[in-house]
Design a protein around this ligand. Structure first.
Ligand SMILES: Nc1ncnc2c1ncn2[C@@H]1O[C@H](COP(=O)(O)OP(=O)(O)O)[C@@H](O)[C@H]1O
Ligand SMILES: [Mg+2]
Length: 313
């Protein structure tokens, strides 16, 4: 199977000149004749955390899926660690690599989605060792030792024997992150990893991601969590309509956006963040009053008495 790409950028055939781990040049992609990526250029350096944001339907997921070749591309080039993803370049013409070669390239890229997609009939431990065992042929003992380490890292050291259904969404997403890390990826792609979670569970997943970033992992994160972007991202990239409209350090991009569409997007995000904060307060308050109702004595005694402590004077 071979494929010629069209519309290649003059530079598109060049491998990364610097040390960029991800080097995407003029990437185009259409679905049924509708172009959803219209020439994306992006470099991500080793150890860099890039937050990708933009309105729904702007092409963020598609771009991530092109990086790890869950989607073919129509034009341009994507290099990961100097390797042209999905294709072989013969004299400027791209030929699709055999599936086996693509699978080998994808092994080095971890991906976490909005939905965690854990195997429901397998324990947490079995979920994590599955890929190293099946794909890399790692010994059971080695795979399990690493899985226990990773579970500690994501704060779930006590859960190896649990089944996904016994875990909260936040815990399941942390298992999914551990599962991706079990393959020792050089790059992690996150596609709205917290957007399916109850608001009070978002923080625990972001914490794991923040720790991962601090540990030097190269990450591309699609998220609407602007707090995370401000704190953790080295760079923010706005995509709209399949093109990068603005990018830069979070302080510049989030506090002083230049493009009207970026400004409009951010103002919408701020409204959502405020609503989100209210939802967290409502959930926490709701839980607190439920607890109080359980703890409250019927005779109207002060809470201190109910808790067996002397009432304060
Ligand atoms: N497999 C597909 N088939 C057809 N259209 C698709 C497919 N995947 C995505 N699209 C379309 O491509 C556009 C970009 O989608 P997506 O990359 O999911 O955007 P985002 O992640 O930014 O919300 C949307 O209009 C979407 O409907
Ligand atoms: Mg998406």
């Amino acid at each position: 199977m071979s494929q010629t790409t069209t519309g290649a950028h003059p530079d598109a055939t060049s491998a990364p000149s610097d040390q960029a781990l991800v080097h995407a040049v003029n990437v185009t992609k259409a679905f049924h004749g509708t172009e959803v990526l219209k020439g994306i250029d992006m470099d991500v350096h080793r150890g860099e955390v890039v937050v990708l944001c933009g309105p729904s339907g702007s092409g963020k997921t598609t771009f991530l899926r092109c990086i790890n070749q869950l989607e073919t591309i129509d034009g341009g080039r994507i290099f990961v660690d100097g390797d042209l993803m999905g294709y072989e370049d013969r004299g400027g013409t791209l030929h699709r690599l055999p599936d086996k070669r693509i699978a080998a390239q994808r092994r080095d890229i971890g991906m976490c989605f909005q939905r965690f997609n854990l195997f429901p009939h397998k324990t947490v431990l079995a979920n994590i060792i599955e890929a190293p065992r099946q794909v890399k042929g790692t010994s059971r003992r080695e795979a399990e030792a690493k899985a226990h380490e990773l579970l500690e890292q994501v704060g779930l050291g006590d859960k190896p024997s649990a089944y996904p259904a016994q875990l909260s969404g936040g815990q399941q997403q942390r298992v999914a992150i551990a599962r991706a890390l079990a393959m020792d990826p050089k790059l992690m792609l996150f596609d709205e990893p917290t957007s399916a979670l109850d608001p009070e569970l978002v923080g625990e997943v972001l914490k794991v991601m923040r720790d991962l970033a601090k540990g030097g992992m190269t990450m591309i994160v699609v998220t609407h969590e602007m707090g995370f972007a401000r704190e953790v991202a080295d760079r923010v990239v706005f995509i709209d309509g399949g093109v990068v409209i603005e990018h830069g350090p979070p302080n510049q991009c989030l506090l002083n956006p230049q493009h009207p569409r970026t400004r409009a997007f951010l103002s919408r995000m701020r409204q959502e963040e405020a609503a989100h904060a209210e939802a967290v307060v409502a959930t926490v308050t709701g839980k607190a009053s439920a607890l109080e109702a359980v703890a409250a004595p019927d005779d109207g005694a002060a809470p201190e008495e109910a808790a067996g402590r002397p009432p304060s004077a």
